[in-house]
Design a protein around this ligand. Sequence first.
Ligand code: OGA
Ligand code: MN
Length: 223
Amino acid sequence: MITSLPLSSSNDGFDDEALFARIADDLTHRGFSIQPNALPLAMADELLLDLHQTRDDEFQRAGIGRKDDYLTNDFVRTDTICWIRGESQAAQTWLNWTGRLQRYLNQRLFMGLFSFESHYAHYRPGDFYKRHMDAFRGEANRILTVVTYLNPDWHIDDGGEMVLYQSETDIEGIQVTPGFGTLAIFLSEEFPHEVRPAKRDRYSIAGWYRVNTSLNGRIDPPR
Ligand code: OGA
Ligand code: MN
């Protein structure tokens, strides 16, 4: 007799534990972790649906620099973004999952991750984000970058790779294909990276865990 089994059991926390452990091991040994097709499938589906339901006008040109010196720069990046504020069920699921990853990494690696911010990003065909760092030592408080991709049936010929460089002088890098559910996690201050132009629309979520650097009663991070 066939009893009904959940189609995807990858959402039940037990599987996440194994994934979180692989991420923690990679971070310990290399400072980055690339996990193809790793996002719990039910959550990835939910996020893709949420993305499709987000209106075009909710996406805005992405800036460079921090809040105070926010400016757009066509030379550096041309994508549009929509901050995830937890208003939809999908966003709640995502923030819950990233929260569990945060607690796991804090317990195992003592990273002191304090808050998390993330946005959807839409790269139209030809859009790019030139080689950059997400944080500069001693300046910003972004510690750990998490990127995941929501592009079903992505083909290698579609382009749109994220290239992760191992150091300032590395020019070869590691190419990450932005396929559905792939996760790329790396120390924000250590790895220059870029997004190469794609032939089709490319969707990702980029997020950052931050440490608490509140000084003199000024609350930072502001969110
Ligand atoms: C970023 C970024 C990478 C990607 O938003 O800072 O580097 O593959 N994104 O979308
Ligand atoms: Mn980046």
